[in-house]
Design a protein around this ligand. Sequence first.
Ligand SMILES: Cc1cc2nc3c(=O)[nH]c(=O)nc-3n(C[C@H](O)[C@H](O)[C@H](O)COP(=O)(O)OP(=O)(O)OC[C@H]3O[C@@H](n4cnc5c(N)ncnc54)[C@H](O)[C@@H]3O)c2cc1C
Length: 426
Amino acid sequence: MTRPLPRAGKKPPQKYSIFSLARQAMQGHQGWQAAWRSPEPQPEYDVIIVGGGGHGLATAYYLAKETNVGRIAVLEKGWLAGGNTARNTTIIRSNYLCDESARLYGHAHDLWEGLSQDLNYNVMFSPRGVIMLSHNVHDQQVAARHYHALNLNGIDSTLLSAEEVKEKVPLINIHGRYPVLGGLYQARAGNARHDAVAWGYARAADQMGVDIIENCPVEDFVIENGVVKGVQTPKGVIRAGKVGVVAAGHSSVLAEMAGFRMPLESVPLQAFVSEPIKPCFDTVVMSNSVHIYMSQSDKGELVIGAGSDNYVSYTQRGSFDLFDHAVQPLLELYPFVARLRMLRQWAGIVDVTRDRSPIITKTPIENLFFNCGWGTGGFKATPGSGHVFAHSIAKGEMHDIAAPFGMDRFSTGALIDEAAAAAVMH
Ligand SMILES: Cc1cc2nc3c(=O)[nH]c(=O)nc-3n(C[C@H](O)[C@H](O)[C@H](O)COP(=O)(O)OP(=O)(O)OC[C@H]3O[C@@H](n4cnc5c(N)ncnc54)[C@H](O)[C@@H]3O)c2cc1C
């Protein structure tokens, strides 16, 4: 299948550079192209990706860039990255416990490091280091176990003493009600700008001919003799050779449309940000035991994450008691925060599996693939997830790195238990 020429009949795509910025500045910034087109759907595609979050857009990008799949569309029910991609706290790390996870998150981490150059879009990847605090002997033992497992898998990791934590994070209170005994540190970890990740993938995919169709919810699947043949949308039936679903919190809803169950629970996960202040917090600090984590955005806001609510919901609004539960340890660990006003609070619907690992899988329906279950921690995996999913869809066989994450593990028992590494209370 030959790929349609990018933007056929139109100007070639603009490259972002210091020179194009200067040229546009001279022309009053009137000549920038739209970052991606808004096409009407074609009657048929080779592959349709359902869900225009980071993972779906990354999948479309790698399909277009690295495989010989020709006609590709991304169908998004709302606007690009309106789901968890733009609701998350942007922490990127690869210090997971199990060998399978080390390969998956490690692959993603490697791709993050060259992503801005690859996409010609600054995703503001900032490897500022992530510390996961230990508050008691049990935490220290878990940290030591992770440290050894990570070293065996070649993932960078250092054990810090309490004093070393204090040196890296001068504003932390290590002697309070939640004493800090040490930390597990990953220097290569950090964060990135979430919107930019989605926009960068969207722009690059669009330039390679991918049709990105917003405001186009998939309402049903067209299935003939156990094989997926397309999707039903308000814009009509769109036929497809293969369909990849990357719908995060709504994955089980889509699975139900296709006639099977996904082993997922969808729960709200919330976060909040302070008013912007001068740079004072240049490391990401997470505390699994007290369910709080914090970093400072480039705008100066303190970005604070909490645990997930303990009930199934699609409200995209967290409960107040969870917020209250998060603020108490926050003020114990970082007393200076008491003097700040909070600007915003929000939640996203995260799709959680029992073993806290994602599901990247074939399904009982032929040519229908699902990539979901990333729960509270999928942003960090965006490039790796998209990459292995794209290759799995193109080949019709799961990529080596993705293979252990099939949905059959919940019946075979080959679970990949990452509850301790998830760093968020579930
Ligand atoms: C508050 C919060 C903090 C988080 N913090 C972190 C963090 O620090 N680090 C980390 O790694 N991860 C974090 N996460 C998790 C992370 O955000 C997600 O795992 C990740 O963004 C999932 O990406 P996605 O592209 O799969 O999902 P989404 O961005 O949610 O994309 C799925 C898309 O599918 C669309 N969709 C759904 N149903 C349909 C349909 N029927 N038809 C068409 N489209 C449909 C949705 O509109 C949505 O845009 C956090 C999540 C939340 C909520």
